[in-house]
Design a protein around this ligand. Sequence first.
Ligand code: ZN
Length: 275
Amino acid sequence: MVVSRIAPTPSGYLHLGNAVNFLLTAWYVRSQGGRLLLRIDDMDATRCREVFVDDVFYALEWLGIEIDAGPSGTEAFYRDYSMTRKTERYRGELQKLEEQSGLLYACECSRKTLEGYGGSVYPRLCRDSRHNLETHRSAMRIHVPDGTAVRVGERTIMLDREMGDFILWRKDGLPAYQFVSVIEDRDLGVNALVRGEDLLVSSAAQRYLAPMMGAERFANATFIHHPLFMGEGQKKLSKSEGAYSLKMMGYTQRGREMVFAEARRLAALVGIEPV
Ligand SMILES: [Zn+2]
């Protein structure tokens, strides 16, 4: 059975692009007779806020999307689902991954040092460092060997060139997005993902991790990456800018029509049946 999830990060008000992705995910799951889960990623406590969690539930109701499992509201979310209380468990997963893969290393590089190298691919300065998983005072990266090709749907991503040795654990003591995402999707039994094209390289990074973390279903999941809903001037929408936020547009009927029209257009492009 298809199991997928809507997985917002409550770090800002949702925008039209998020709503379009929610609809595409829900349509895909319904058309496959699958299960739709809600997983709110509030790991980054410095950016996430309760009003943004409220906004997720408001948006789901406004779109008429029903969830099969997961938090039913903001209160239930903070009571039973918040990821911020699972830090120790994630730390245990990191330890296990280190022991089993031998690919992790500590990175002491400052942002300034890395800026000097330009580009987004880490230059492996700390690759041969003696890491210390006990203290976790530095960031932890995973080695992505040269020539690492990862298949995502129809496409193949050269992960060493597109992302390089990426971060699993942040210097500030929190697990990084790619790492947590694989753990949570594994534990929920997710086997299908509907995402924007901006997450294509992230999908590759997560697929690279999945087999090392016992996430077999995720490693063999169906990936559908859809074009993004663009704002004026074909700019990618961002939560932090607030433009095109559902809240600012007042959750109006006009906004709803825009979201549905755009979702139907993109659904046709990626072969999802609106249901
Ligand atoms: Zn480093």
